[in-house]
Design a protein around this ligand. Structure first.
Ligand code: DAH
Length: 346
């Protein structure tokens, strides 16, 4: 074949091959075959020396024109393939602006915190300090300074998580009483509440948990009587449960108070007539309280001949369950947002 015909044949073959090129890999192969330095077209250029001198110019032009044609077709094809690839990519990444956004569920305050916040408000309004106690206590502060010596039967009621012989997880916020009295050096009057966690080796059921919250209250001053306790708790109960609620004191026993009382609130559901909530009595027990025992005052640096006081301790979950009609204490800890939301709106 004449060199000129070879060039034409090559051009035809190239154009035919280019028809089948559809992706980047095929494009690269095509370029290597027809346009690279070692391509057939370059090889034809190498044949120049076999062509008579007067025809070389014309032949060179034919080869160059052919290369230009193949190159132009190649570039057009390349552009088309790239455009197509971009279109596919854009389509794949297309954002559907009509899709609803992903919403984040806002958390809600646990009902126990609602109660604690409210109690802190109510008592701060009556001039009480808010005190922070400690989760890990010594036997000395948790029991002994509260008039519960070793081997006292009252310890049985507070089966305890001991860390070693003298360290334990606080079983009652009452431990904060002793710390606070000692910090005041036996002279200053005291009005404080202390909210916090308590721990007991209790079997967990609908009304018991091995961990629970309490709020301790302590007032120490000259001439503090049971009447002050009653007045303070009455005000608290009316603010927390409503103006119509009454309280009553029943005699009880706690080692750290004398006299000791249990405090009941009149049933909010039946107003005192008796129903299933108050088990027919018209009253619901909410807390323990009493006049601070002289031994406790003495051990904590206050002279019981000069000072007297009252104290109370209330279960936070119990208040929350009563207030909101929660039937199972475990709901309070389950952290189920559907349950918690009920309280954030109240
Ligand atoms: N600490 C008691 C308990 O956990 C509750 C209590 C009763 C606290 C009487 C007091 C109180 O301060 O005076 O069962």
């Amino acid at each position: 074949m004449e060199p000129k015909e070879q060039v034409e044949a090559l051009e035809n073959k190239a154009m035919e091959d280019l028809n089948d090129v559809n992706d980047q890999d095929a494009l690269m192969n095509f370029r290597n075959t027809y346009l690279a330095k070692k391509s057939e077209l370059s090889a034809l250029m190498g044949k120049m020396k076999d062509i008579p001198a007067e025809l070389r110019g014309a032949f060179g032009k034919i080869v160059n024109d052919t290369r230009a044609k193949i190159e132009a077709a190649f570039n057009a094809k390349k552009e088309a393939i790239e455009r197509k690839a971009m279109e596919l990519k854009l389509k794949a990444e297309e954002i559907d602006l009509t899709l609803p956004g992903r919403t984040h569920q806002a958390g809600a305050v646990n009902p126990c915190w609602v109660i604690v916040d409210e109690m802190m408000d109510i008592f701060a309004g009556m001039g009480f300090d808010i005190v922070e106690g400690r989760d890990v206590e010594t036997d000395h502060f948790n029991f002994e300074l509260l008039n519960v010596p070793k081997d006292h039967p009252a310890r049985d009621m507070q089966d305890t998580f001991y860390i070693d012989d003298s360290l334990l997880l606080r079983t009652q916020t009452s431990a904060a009483q002793a710390h606070y009295m000692l910090s005041k050096g036996g002279k200053e009057p005291i009005k404080m509440i202390c909210p916090g966690k308590c721990f007991r080796r209790d079997d967990d059921d609908a009304t018991h948990s091995h961990q629970f919250g309490q709020i301790e209250g302590l007032v120490v001053d000259k001439n503090i009587s049971l009447a002050d306790l009653k007045g303070t708790l009455e005000l608290f109960v009316k603010k927390m449960f409503g103006e119509k609620r009454e309280i009553r004191l029943r005699s009880s026993f706690f080692p750290f108070t004398e006299p000791s009382v249990e405090v009941d609130v009149s049933c909010a559901k039946c107003g005192g007539k008796g129903c299933n909530i108050c088990k027919g009595t018209g009253w619901i027990e909410i807390l323990g309280a009493g006049e601070v025992h002289p031994n406790v005052l003495r051990m904590c640096g206050y002279d019981p001949e000069v000072y007297s006081g009252f104290a109370f301790g209330v279960g936070i979950e119990r208040l929350a369950m009563l207030r909101y009609g929660i039937d199972d204490i475990r709901r309070i800890y389950a952290n189920d947002i559907r349950f918690l939301k009920d309280f954030s709106e109240k």
